[in-house]
Design a binder for this molecule. Sequence first.
Ligand code: TEU
Ligand code: CA
Length: 579
Amino acid sequence: MNLQAGVSKKITIAPSGYAKPGVGEQGQAWWKQAVVYQVYPRSFNDSNNDGIGDINGITEKLDYIASLGVDVIWLNPIFMSPNHDNGYDISDYKRIMPEFGTLADFENMLAQAHDKGLKVILDFVPNHCSSEHEWFQQARQSRDNPYRDFFHWWPAEKGLPPKRWSFFAVDASAWRYEKKTNSYYLHYFSATQPDLNWENPAVRQAMYQIMHFWLKKGVDGFRMDVLPFISKDTAFPELPASFQGDFVKYYAQGPHLQQYLAEMYDQVLSHYNIMTVAEGTGVTTDTVMNFIDPKRKALNLLYHDEGMNLGYLPNQFKTLPESGYKLTEFKQLYTKWNDAVKSAWGSVCLGNHDQARMVSRWGNDSEAYREVSAKMLMTFLLTMRATPFFYAGDELAMSNIGFDDISDYRDIETLNMYQQIKENGGDLHAFIESQKITARDNSRTPFQWGTQAFAGFSEAKPWIRVNPNYKTVNAAEQQTRKNSPLNYFRKLIQLRKQTPALLHGEYQLLDADNPDVFVYLRQHQSQFVLVALNFKADKSAFDAQGWIRRKRLLGNYKSDNMELSQLRPYEAIVMEVTS
Ligand code: TEU
Ligand code: CA
């Protein structure tokens, strides 16, 4: 062991970045210290037993959420919507979807959340609305309708529009022909989600006004859906011949992005002490600072999809190889993102409503390892230098349902892709096999509260099937069990909050080439915390690179592990170290 090497390593992570005003210890913005808990309202708790989760259902469970120690609730869209894409197709941005309740229900929920010290951020969808929105209903009537320019049109007399793929359309095209005005409209997502034309100042003003409307009600910020898409090259050039389908590169982060962000900042965001998070589809470490650089007028945080897509086979729809993903790539990726946002602030997540369950995708959901590997992944999220985002149910180690029958699926992405493959004579069996692992509906099954019928989510048959493992995997059972994932999650959050090195210390990757163990150091002033995570079902060794254990802070095994450099299957340890 080379002690000197250890010492010089410490110097490379000296807390020099903390001198800057606003980023330093004193100037820690609340959203940097927060833990975010994402609630998918449709699946969380059903208060009126119609099988659909709702706002009053969330209100009933605020004490549970507060008991976790999280700070912020992010609600998926709750606005008026025909629900072709579960609320990501908004038909009225200022009204609550009746299935979820009323504006009064929302205001009550918000007030009660605030009383319990919880903040609430809403999911705002600026890139597209529902085809049932009044704006689109008007716009499609005639070419000279006042709302015509709220959307992107391609007049058919110009010929076929240049190829653009859609995420969800069965015919794969992002252009849809409308006979009435002999034009095509643009929809990057389904045909029921026409893209709004941000070039039009009236669209931008309408959006800012909607944001003010909710912020004045006291909401604590927004998650902004596919924000990079709001600026496009509206000349819609032909794609290069060599084009391989990586379409977000051509579709998003257009020439006016910075202008729109700055305008939104000036006219809306800067007037409130809020948390603003961009969904960063297609954003790389080269462009992330355009969205979150504190020196710019922009947002606070961005979460990227690069992490979510890790391991997928190229040119195949959300398909993982048998061998899964490579930990070395995982480590490299999160280290690269940590470094890229050093002068701003990062966010970290391993799942959400668009992804598989965290433990199934990144851990091991077999009976033997489901809990221990879920705790290991929680440890990762709560010890990185970034604001962690958890998806409701992660704290219980809820796992994929893995539907194998298309009739069980509810999600437009799966249903339309299935139809597309069917029409093209593709391999439907292979598609279903891959969806069992990666489908979005895996995370959308009802929250598992207890052992009663429908897991206590509802007394009526839920809109989507409950995972049959609810008899053993549920909150009631875990509440009283000392070492349950739920109670481990609570302890871990407290540890993060009490440990300056974990909250805002510098991050440094150790033992980078180790294929089984993720080891890193967090350091704040004289406090050094080492985190070691075994991502494998076997015992794994790692190199602590000269760091000596002083005190174990937390681990996911009951008994202490006295060997610093040997970890048991999926073991996670957090310890204070010294050189
Ligand atoms: O998702 C953005 C997005 O790019 C999705 O296509 C995502 O990559 C895909 O679901 C992964 O399988 C956002 C929302 O989070 C998603 O729920 C919406 O369906 C989508 O935008 C359209 O609003
Ligand atoms: Ca309901």
